[in-house]
Design a protein around this ligand. Structure first.
Ligand code: ADE
Length: 237
């Protein structure tokens, strides 16, 4: 049995993380595989309005998250000592693209703190400060802008936690999908189940043939076809 992984979420909307108590993640928590703590960033403010943001230095639109509440959150959750085994994930559209390989790396961690920014982002000194102490990952889900890091943190969490041994019942489903979603660089082929005929649509005959070699070839061909159409970038050498 692997050790427990502790996940912390710091956000001005900590309720977002209530969903972690259901489904796959809830089961992982029940079995003691993951321990989840969410925190309201405003806990670490001291003014009457519990202010977490301010206008950007140098001008411009939007608001920037002040460094002080983040610093105090770190003090309380992680102390000030460096520890490269502590992972700090900061979802941001300007981060490195989040990929299966990064999920696999994080699934080996014992501690991950997710820092969820809102507005135009977090004062860059927070990232500098954290990078000197812990393993910081600024990650983007894709080329689009969400209102904040919360939904991205949830998506990253799901991708990471399902890779922890013991969380998914059938480990075959993990190795098999790596073939079709990254490692081999191809997208998944289409899948079917019974009935063989449904509303005038048929399951491809080859899949009912019992001929494993032809089935594997058909699936590979469909994968290449779909990848060429949707993600030609994955086929480039
Ligand atoms: N925060 C806002 N947009 C985001 C994105 N695309 N990925 C990760 N975090 C984000």
């Amino acid at each position: 049995m692997p050790g427990t992984i502790r996940l912390d979420y710091v956000s001005i909307f900590p309720e977002y993380f209530d969903v972690l108590n259901i489904s796959l993640l809830g089961k992982a928590a029940e079995h003691g595989i993951v321990e989840v703590h969410s925190h309201d960033l405003r806990t670490w403010t001291h003014d009457r309005h519990r202010t977490v943001d301010d206008t950007p230095c140098g001008g411009g639109a939007g608001m920037v998250m002040k460094p002080d509440p983040w610093g105090e959150a770190f003090d309380e959750l992680l102390g000030t000592e460096p520890d490269p085994d502590v992972h700090v994930v900061i979802p941001t559209p300007s981060g490195r693209p989040f990929r299966q390989q990064i999920a696999a790396g994080l699934s080996q961690a014992h501690r991950i703190v997710f820092c969820c920014g809102r507005y135009e982002g977090i004062d860059h000194r927070v990232i500098e400060y954290a990078s000197r102490r812990w393993s910081v990952h600024e990650l983007s889900l894709g080329d689009y802008v969400l209102n904040g890091g919360e939904v991205a943190a949830l998506a990253i969490t799901e991708a990471v936690v399902r890779l922890i041994p013991g969380v998914i019942g059938n480990p075959d489903s993990l190795t098999e999908e790596s073939y079709s979603t990254g490692q081999e660089g191809l997208l998944e082929y289409p899948v079917y189940t019974r009935p063989v005929s449904w509303r005038g649509h048929q399951v491809p005959e080859v899949l009912m043939s019992g001929h494993h070699g032809r089935i594997a070839q058909w699936r590979h061909d469909r994968s290449v076809e779909i990848t060429a159409e949707r993600r030609p970038d994955l086929l480039e050498p």
